[in-house]
Design a protein around this ligand. Structure first.
Ligand code: SAH
Ligand code: SF4
Length: 393
């Protein structure tokens, strides 16, 4: 994978090694007249030792290290801003890609509880911007810039993996627990629509899954989609069986069409049929994300409609209720009483559900917001008369 160099630099095209599977890396070495076994060594440095500096790869000859520094790169991106929530459990970075595009990634840390051990989940972006324009979503309001390469997706995970390796996190107030020093889960719920960038996303997941490298199990990966029906069907046939989350957000076509333009192309009947087929092919539960928008989709009637819509999927459907994060749009989250009433109706009809705990509000948790704020700041410091509205150098 070749990354376009920044303008006004003399850097020649470099191959981003994070975009390559181990067999592809091997092929790259062979094509460059180097020994094939170097691929195994470099893969180990990249994904097990989490090294991001060729000069530190001490079992490679110095000449090869120099050559790699000249001809290859390890996820070239600049961290423009890193923010930690007050409790340090949510950490958000704004990354500038080689061509100046900005994306966000988030690390969410969860202390151990009765059901599971401690988790460190990275929320990964798959595109710069998004083409689908959901009305409640900050990224959707930016429009689409471009797909991310597999290497740019992998690099986000490695950034936080290195941070945890260097400084493991210990949940405050839980003295008996062991610190968490590695990424345990990834969710493709950052900026962009993963299934719109299908090939690069699957390539990144395969790289992260490789048992000789980062070794993250497919069951620890979740792909969230706005509901691209043909891609959901394709995903169901992949050997890599990741978790699937569907952004549902409304129980009727009429309402969903108002907040999610994609519903006009793939209405609920087709979306639910694809989910049904996904379940038949994988025997895995599907999570339905439901952003609660006060006065829009959160009434008892909506809860009953949701129960009816998902009834055919039986125990294979799980609803994740998400009180909306504030963006520049005028949506507001419902109060705790309305959320309780909504969920009680789901429970009464045996529809499994949970509510996403709000977190990281003090650092603009909903993806797209940090970039929006950053760009506003950049605009406000631009020279008078400049119409620059994009944060590039
Ligand atoms: N494009 C994919 C994945 C990225 S969005 C998708 O739409 O599924 C990840 C999740 O965040 C989606 O469920 C999305 O609907 C939700 N989301 C978007 N804006 C939000 C907001 N303002 N508050 C809460 N969740 C939001
Ligand atoms: Fe895109 Fe997902 Fe946001 Fe919709 S919710 S605009 S699909 S990122």
């Amino acid at each position: 994978m070749t990354i376009t160099p920044k303008k006004n630099t003399t850097t020649k095209h470099k191959t981003d090694l994070l975009a390559l599977t181990q067999p592809q890396l091997q092929q790259w070495f062979v094509e460059h007249d180097e020994a094939a076994f170097r691929a195994k060594q470099v893969f180990n440095w990249l994904y097990q030792r989490l090294c991001n500096d060729f000069s530190a790869m001490s079992n490679l000859p110095q000449a090869l290290r120099n050559r790699l520094a000249e001809e290859a790169s390890i996820g070239p991106m600049i961290v423009r801003s890193e923010q930690h929530s007050k409790d340090d459990r949510t950490r958000k970075i704004l990354l500038e890609l080689a061509d100046g595009k900005l994306i966000e990634s988030v690390l969410m840390l969860y202390p151990p509880n009765r059901e599971s051990s401690a988790r460190a989940t990275v929320c990964v972006s798959t595109q710069a911007g998004c083409a689908f324009g959901c009305t409640f979503c900050a990224t959707g309001q930016m429009g689409f810039d471009r797909h991310l390469s597999a290497g740019e997706i992998v690099a986000q995970v490695l950034y936080f993996a290195r941070e945890l390796q260097a400084s493991p996190w210990l949940a405050a107030g839980l003295p008996g627990s062991t610190p968490i020093d590695h990424v345990t889960n990834i969710v493709l719920m950052g900026m962009g629509e993963p299934l719109h960038n299908y090939d690069n996303v699957l390539q990144a997941l395969r790289i992260l899954n490789s048992s000789e490298g980062f070794n993250l199990g497919a069951r620890h990966m979740t792909v969230s989609t706005v509901g691209l029906v043909p891609a959901i069907r394709k995903l169901s046939q992949e050997p890599l069986q990741v978790n699937l989350a569907i952004s549902l957000h409304a129980p009727t076509d009429e309402l969903r069409g108002q907040t999610m333009p994609i519903n006009r192309k793939y209405p609920l009947r087709e979306l639910l049929a694809a989910c049904q087929d996904y379940i038949s092919a994988t025997r895995r539960q599907v999570t339905f994300e439901y952003v609660l928008l006060a006065g829009v989709n959160d009434t008892a009637e909506h809860a009953h409609q949701l129960v009816e819509l998902l009834a055919p999927l039986k125990q294979f459907a799980h609803v994740n209720c998400i009180p909306v994060n504030l963006t520049s749009a005028s949506y507001r989250p419902p109060g705790p009483e309305a959320i309780r009433t909504f969920r009680t109706i789901l429970f009464e009809h045996n529809l499994s559900n949970s509510v996403r705990a709000e977190r990281g509000d003090d650092i603009a948790a909903a993806c797209g917001q940090l970039r929006t704020r950053f760009e506003k700041k950049r605009v406000s410091v631009s020279p008078i008369g400049s119409n620059q509205n994009h944060a590039t150098d």
